[in-house]
Design a binder for this molecule. Structure first.
Ligand SMILES: Cc1cc2nc3c(=O)[nH]c(=O)nc-3n(C[C@H](O)[C@H](O)[C@H](O)COP(=O)(O)O)c2cc1C
Length: 373
């Protein structure tokens, strides 16, 4: 067997660096990498880093890995390499999500647009401008290539957007009313810049785009017994209503429809990566909203009694309204994101240096040096 030429290490590091910019639930970055002779890469899940409740059956992690894998592929293509991807290659190694083998592909078109977007892509939770997209932008989003078995649809009418925005905000209501979810949310929250720089994971408060009064209130809401008293007067429901109003501020909602197998979640993530990076390259913002979807999967599975019957009914009602508006085939689960002109976000999440084995540490004992940010 002829051995492939090793990829220059600077290129492999840039590809890994690009992958490390991928989104993940609560910015948990649940992955590690293994380099093989600089011709191949294994991608491993670290699902315990992800949200213990929302990451139902590791599906959040698998979705994030799909985005990560596609980001690696796009970065490799930019550097003149084709990445041959085997997804979930081993049954007996369920945390191995992909193997990528790199082959020089100098004839391939460089994908600079999407590659450049990798470094600026972020979750923008601001209200966006409420206006239709330019036809060329709408056509570019509609033309995003879907992975096999993945559906992608768009909702542009005001009534549909309002219904989806209300449904998306349901998870915030449940989060402020359910003790376990409430605790996990506050565990994920990063309050100060210093803590953000130290942790380089978790939900940085500045990325939540809150007004000063809302931030102050959040400190009070940290105490669940107090929150419970406030909820008797409808506080959680009122937060969700305010969020829903903000979520209606967008040009459209996209729904990615995927099946329930692990491979479907990875495929959905790869499609999401293309959608997100295409949106970014068009100067558009994107806000992924998976909460109610993952709550619905958990609440209707019957595996635990984490949710009150009232919450199960609320989640089911709003999940059904998502189904009605998006009209995806019944076997597909809809993953929502809103898209539009959001402008610059108030803050961007910091990322950890990727954990890589199989590469010699660079000077100073750091395995990896970011070169773009
Ligand atoms: C599987 C998954 C689920 C997510 N769900 C939500 C969500 O429901 N609401 C939200 O505001 N952000 C959601 N996000 C966005 C993450 O919070 C975000 O990617 C992370 O904080 C890192 O920030 P970045 O996207 O700016 O890099 C999700 C991301 C992933 C990958």
């Amino acid at each position: 067997m002829t051995r492939l030429a090793d990829m220059p290490e600077t290129i492999l590091r840039d590809i890994l660096n690009a992958g490390a910019q991928a989104p993940s639930g609560g910015n948990s970055q649940p992955w590690r990498f293994e380099a093989h002779d600089r011709t191949a890469l294994s991608v491993w899940m670290l699902p315990d880093k992800d949200h213990a409740i929302l990451n139902y059956r590791h599906r959040g992690t698998l979705l994030a890995h799909g985005v990560l894998i596609e980001t690696l592929v796009i970065a490799a293509r930019h550097h003149g390499y084709r990445a041959i991807v085997s997804t979930l290659p081993c049954r007996d190694q369920p945390t191995l999500t992909a193997r990528l083998r790199f082959e020089p592909d100098l004839g391939a078109e460089r994908d600079d647009r999407l590659y450049t977007a990798i470094w600026t892509r972020c979750t923008n939770r601001k209200p966006y401008r409420t206006e239709p997209l330019a036809p060329a932008s709408a056509a570019a989003l509609a033309g995003v290539a879907r992975e096999p078995g993945i559906d992608l649809g768009f909702t542009t009418d005001a009534a549909g957007i309002t219904t989806l925005a209300e449904a998306a905000s349901t998870s915030e209501r449940v989060m402020f009313e359910n003790r376990a979810l409430h605790r996990l949310f506050f565990d994920e929250l990063v309050w100060t810049d210093d803590e953000a720089r130290q942790r380089r994971s978790g939900l940085q408060i500045d990325t939540l785009e809150m007004q000063p009064a809302q931030r102050l209130a959040l400190r009070v809401f940290r105490q669940f017994p107090l929150m419970r008293v406030l909820n008797r007067f409808g506080m959680a429901a009122s937060i969700a209503r305010a969020n829903a109003r903000s979520y209606t501020c967008c040009s459209l909602y996209a729904a990615i429809g995927c099946g329930r197998r692990d491979i479907d979640l990875v495929s959905a993530g790869r499609t999401l990566a293309r959608l997100w990076l295409t949106a970014e390259s068009l100067g558009l913002s994107l806000h992924l909203q998976t909460g109610v979807n993952f709550l619905w999967q958990r609440a209707t599975d019957g595996a635990d009694d984490l949710f009150s019957p009232e919450h199960v009914a609320l989640i089911e009602r709003h999940y059904q309204s998502i189904r009605d508006v998006t009209a995806l085939p019944s076997e597909l689960i809809p993953l929502l994101c809103r898209i539009g002109h959001g402008g610059e976000p108030g803050a961007r999440s910091l990322k950890q240096l990727p954990e890589v084995s199989g590469l010699a540490p660079v000077s100073g004992g750091v395995t990896f040096l970011p070169i773009h940010r």
